[in-house]
Design a protein around this ligand. Sequence first.
Ligand code: PGA
Length: 251
Amino acid sequence: MRRTFIAGNWKMNLDRQAAVALVRELVEQVGPQSRVDLAVCPPAVYLEAVAGLVAGSPIGLGAQNMYHETSGAFTGELSPAMLVDVGCRYVILGHSERRQYFGESNEDVFRKAQAALAAGLTPIVCLGERLDEREAGRTREVVEGQFRGSLAGLSADEIQNVVIAYEPVWAIGTGKVATPEQAEEVHAALRSMLENRYNAGIAERIVIQYGGSVKPDNAAQLLGQPNIDGALVGGASLTASGFLGIANAAP
Ligand code: PGA
């Protein structure tokens, strides 16, 4: 049985004081145990401060990006081991904003996923179509291309420690959420891609999150779909009521 996994992607938001205040509130409201898996992904410079606050709580810590090399002359980059060192368990990879604004390719995402896994991190690998691609009826083809390029090169052992996030680009930060049926259709397609590339047992175990304008009032319907196992939340994760409202809406 897959456990529901709700992760908050804070993106380039909040300052130190606001980040600390938000995490304190989350830790207090979640308490010692959580029915669903939870993680927050703050900006890299606040990872360590947040790590200290979530330690001993059920809230995991994730980074928003990393580089695939282990060390060296890569100005401005962070290695997987550095993220582990400050307490990260997760790392978001291939977010559409990274693909769109920073030119990340499927090949980059694949290399990063391999490096993250080698360091013991759980990568949350994002994929999803743009509006023009959906309108052209190319959603399945685009998602399948991203699956092949970013994920399918991983071994059967590796893929089992990956979380996939389906995030239609047109739904991110726009308030235009995919309908539960639209999302479920792609999630089911992803699960069959996993089954074809690996096997049915592996496909059944992998958590596939939905992301794109998830809010407390639409979360229950999305999370109620058979193949939607969680959410990667942007805007609504910036308040405790938004983030935990979504977590509490999980069936
Ligand atoms: P959003 O962002 O919830 O603000 O749409 C989701 C994401 O980019 O992960």
